[in-house]
Each structure stands twice: as C-alpha cells, then as structure tokens.
Design a protein around this ligand. Sequence first.
Ligand SMILES: Nc1nc2c(ncn2[C@@H]2O[C@H](COP(=O)(O)OP(=O)(O)O)[C@@H](O)[C@H]2O)c(=O)[nH]1
Ligand SMILES: [Mg+2]
Length: 313
Amino acid sequence: MLCRGGDGCLFTLQQSSSNMMNRFLRRQENPAEEPESKTLDDPWRELRWGEKQMNLQYVQEYKPEKDDIRYLRVLLYGPVGSGKSSFINSVSNVIRGRMTIPALASAMTSDQSFTKRYETHKFIKGRGSTKTFYPLVFNDIMGLEDGTDRGVHADDIKLALKGHVKEGHKFNPVAPISQNDPGYNPTPSADDKVHVLVCVMSANTPQMNSSVLEKMKSIREAASDLGIPQMAMMTHIDEACGEIEKELKNVYKSKYLKKKMKDFSAAVGIPMNCIFPVKNYSEEIDLNDDIDALILSALRKMVDFGDDFIEKI
Ligand SMILES: Nc1nc2c(ncn2[C@@H]2O[C@H](COP(=O)(O)OP(=O)(O)O)[C@@H](O)[C@H]2O)c(=O)[nH]1
Ligand SMILES: [Mg+2]
C-alpha cells in the first residue's frame, strides 16, 4: 500500500481494507483455501506423560498370582520390519532403565524375515549373584510375508499360542511344525502358552496386501477361539508423521496417525482402544521420557490383558 497523504491515500486504504475483507469472506465460504492443520487442537486420547514412573513400577513389580505360572508370555507377530525385535529391545531399555541390546533388530529393509527361531526374550533383573528375570517374557515370531510358502506359517503361530512350539525351534516357511518334529512340545505347561497376542504394524507402510491380511485374520480367529486377549501396536510413528517426528507428544493430535489407526482397526478387526502407537528406540543412544511413556502405556495394557487371561486358565 502506497500512502502519500491526501485523498489518494484514503482511497488506497479503503481499497486495501476491502481486499482484506474479501479474502476473509472467501476463506469463510471456502475453508480449503486455508492450509489445513495436520494436528488436532486437543488430543483424542489422554496420555499422562508425567506418570511414566507409576507405570514403570507397575510393570516392574508385576508377578502372576498363579503358582504354576512363572512368566506372562507375550507373542508379537506382524510383517517383517514392523519393529517386533526393536520393541523387545525398547521394553528391555525401559524396564532396565538403560540402553540394552538383547534381541537383534535388522537394519536391513529386506522382504525376508530376520527372526527365524522361536526364542523367548527375558529381561534380567538385578546383577551378579542376585540375577533373576522379570516375569514378563516375549516371543518374536518370524514375519508374515506375502504368499503361502514364505514367512511364518499361520499354523505355526496357532501352535505357538497353545505352547506347542519348543524353544529354539527353527520355523520352516514351507511346512508348519508337525507332531513328529523334535521342535514340537506335546505337553505344554501353563507358562509355555501365550497369554497375550500382539500384532505389530508399521504406521509408515501403505495398505497391507490381502494375503497378509488373510493370514492375520486366521491367527486372530485362532486366538479368539482360545480366549487369548489381543492388541496391536503401531510403530514407526515418527517416520509416518512429521508432526510426531518433531514432537512425540503430538502422537494423539496427529490427524494422519488417527486415520491410519482407524483404517488398520477396520482392516484387521482390532478395536481402536486395543491399538497403541509406539516409537521404538532406533537411533537414540540415551533413554527418553516421552518414548518410555508411550512404550509403558502399551506395556501396562499387555500386562493387564495377559493377567486377566492367566486368572482364567
Ligand atoms: N524410526 C523408527 N524406526 C524403527 C521403529 N521400529 C523399528 N524401527 C527400525 O525398523 C527396522 C526393522 O525393525 P525390526 O525390529 O528389525 O523389525 P522386525 O522384523 O519386526 O523384528 C530397524 O532398522 C529398526 O531400527 C520405530 O518406531 N521408529
Ligand atoms: Mg525381528
């Protein structure tokens, strides 16, 4: 706006303010002109970021009430690269209060699964002669690849749910474990069985293909038949949404993530309130309270769901 005084100035001022008014009215009529915010004003789920310590203590002090059950066993399944091994590492970091490297995470983004053996991951409690394990253990099962003869066989996961897969068994993608196999456990104990089934999915991948969805569905049905509680985790949330990458506390404000979780919920039939977003430890060299808070929020639910099931068996 040029203003040199006199009538010309008045005219230019009037013109300028009427232009502004027009722009304002246009925006009112057509909000699309305004770049839409990527975040909601208020989080859609409440997470008390300051309660990390309480949840940590809850998980650290958890112990199954039944005498014949030493461990609450969580089985993680999901596509290759979704972050199952990284989640186990992350839990180890959080529970032990320092960075640790128990389960190998694959840095390669290949379509072949890295974890092939059925292995129980335990977390060490105490040091030296007082060394014991926390009663919360994880099994990480080979990825669910596209196609029938690749990745883990859905039948193997079903047998693992019932505790029939022995520690160290090497999965064969072509043929599921049979009763004659040395890796088959005919008489599983109550804590060989899986107490919570957790699907791990990356928020940073496009739509899942139908054959992976089919495998997931059949596993979920088997778990439902056995009464095993189920939940899911969305990982890679930092990579999927710039707002979360900038600030992890935006996790429940991100419109993108909310939509991704809703779509996932609809595709696999896991209700929204059983899906938890987490950011795994991946590049960090030190612990971070916000990362811990999200992991503990999911972990606490795993413990509660698993414990409910243990009470029933
Ligand atoms: N940025 C980021 N990277 C992740 C996350 N979770 C896993 N990763 C990385 O993704 C890759 C595959 O993870 P991995 O745990 O091996 O997947 P798995 O095949 O399901 O066991 C590794 O390079 C991890 O560091 C996450 O939440 N955020
Ligand atoms: Mg792995």
